[in-house]
Design a protein around this ligand. Structure first.
Ligand SMILES: C[S@@+](CC[C@H](N)C(=O)[O-])C[C@H]1O[C@@H](n2cnc3c(N)ncnc32)[C@H](O)[C@@H]1O
Length: 248
C-alpha cells in the first residue's frame, strides 16, 4: 500500500484568496479526520497503480471511467483555467493539466495534498497543477474565477444542506462550467444502502448521502446554472452520477 512520504504534516494554512476560516459541522469534522488518517491510506492506494484488494480495484476502475468521461466532456471546447475541489491524489487535476488547463487543485486532507504534490511532480505534459489544502465549505469570495470548476466523488460525504452550500460556493467560482458527481438516490440504491448498513459497524467515520437528480438540478438552478450533460458510471457496486452544468 502506498504511504505518504511526509506522514507528520499538520493541516496547512488556507490560501487567503480562496478560503476563509469557518466553523466545521460534525459531519465535516469526521470526514476531514478520516481523510487525514485511515482514509488517506485507503484512497491513495485505490487511486494509485499498485496491487490492491479486488473490491478496491472495482472502485479504481469505476473512478477511471468517471475521469475519462469528464475529460472527454471538458476538452470539447477551449477552456483554459480549472479548479479541482477535493482533488485527492490529483488524478483529474493532472489529466486536465495534460490537456493544457492551468489547474488549481485543493483538498481538505493535508496528507492527500502533499502526496498529490509528491507523486505528480514532473508528471504532467502541461503546466503543473497548484495543489493546496482547503475546504470546499470554506471557499470564499470570487477574487479569482475559473472557466471550469470540478468536484468528483466528494459531495456524497455530506448531507443535503451542506452540499447545497458547497455547490453554491463552487458555482460562484466558475465563470462558465461546473462538473461534479454525486450519489444518485434511486429505490434500488436505497434498498442496497439499507442492506449495507446492517453490516457496517456503528462507528464508521463516513456515511454515504444520496440525492435525487431534481434536488441537484434545483440547487444549480438557484445558483444560475443549467445541467447540459449527465452520465451515470455504474461499474459493479461503483455508482457515481456526474453532471456538467453551464452558467445561464
Ligand atoms: C473519494 S476522494 C475523491 C478524490 C478526487 N476528487 C478524485 O475523484 O480522484 C474524496 C476526497 O475529497 C476530499 N474532501 C472531503 N471533504 C472535503 C472538503 N470539504 N473540502 C475539500 N476536500 C474534501 C477528501 O479529503 C478526499 O481526498
Amino acid at each position: 500500500m502506498l504511504q505518504s512520504p511526509i506522514r507528520s504534516l499538520k493541516p496547512g494554512t488556507l490560501e487567503p484568496a480562496l478560503f476563509t476560516e469557518r466553523p466545521k459541522s460534525e459531519t465535516a469534522k469526521r470526514v476531514h479526520k478520516y481523510f487525514e488518517t485511515s482514509g488517506f491510506s485507503r484512497w491513495s492506494a485505490i487511486y494509485g497503480s499498485g496491487d490492491i484488494p479486488p473490491i478496491w480495484k472495482v472502485i479504481r476502475d469505476g473512478h477511471q471511467r468517471l475521469v475519462e468521461k469528464v475529460v472527454e466532456w471538458v476538452t470539447t471546447e477551449p477552456l483554459h483555467t480549472a479548479l479541482d475541489a477535493g482533488c485527492g491524489t490529483g488524478t483529474l487535476a493532472v489529466n486536465l493539466a495534460d490537456h493544457g488547463f492551468e489547474v488549481d487543485a485543493f483538498d481538505v486532507s493535508a496528507p492527500m495534498v502533499h502526496f498529490a504534490k509528491y507523486i505528480n511532480s514532473g508528471r504532467t505534459k502541461g503546466l503543473a497543477p497548484q495543489f493546496m489544502v482547503g475546504d470546499i465549505a470554506a471557499l470564499a469570495g470570487q477574487e479569482k474565477t475559473y472557466d471550469l470548476v470540478c468536484c468528483l466523488d466528494v459531495l456524497f460525504h455530506y448531507p443535503y444542506e451542506e452540499v447545497s452550500d458547497m455547490l453554491r460556493r463552487l458555482t460562484s467560482l466558475s465563470s462558465h462550467k461546473v462538473v461534479a458527481s454525486f450519489a444518485l438516490r434511486t429505490a434500488a440504491n436505497d434498498f442496497w444502502m439499507g442492506v449495507g448498513q446492517r453490516f457496517h459497524t456503528k462507528n464508521r467515520m463516513t456515511k454515504l448521502f444520496m440525492f435525487t437528480y431534481d434536488e441537484v438540478e434545483q440547487i444549480l438552478y438557484r445558483a444560475g446554472f443549467r445541467i447540459t450533460r449527465k452520465h451515470r458510471v455504474k461499474f459493479f457496486f461503483y455508482d457515481s452520477f456526474v453532471f456538467e452544468a453551464v452558467r445561464m
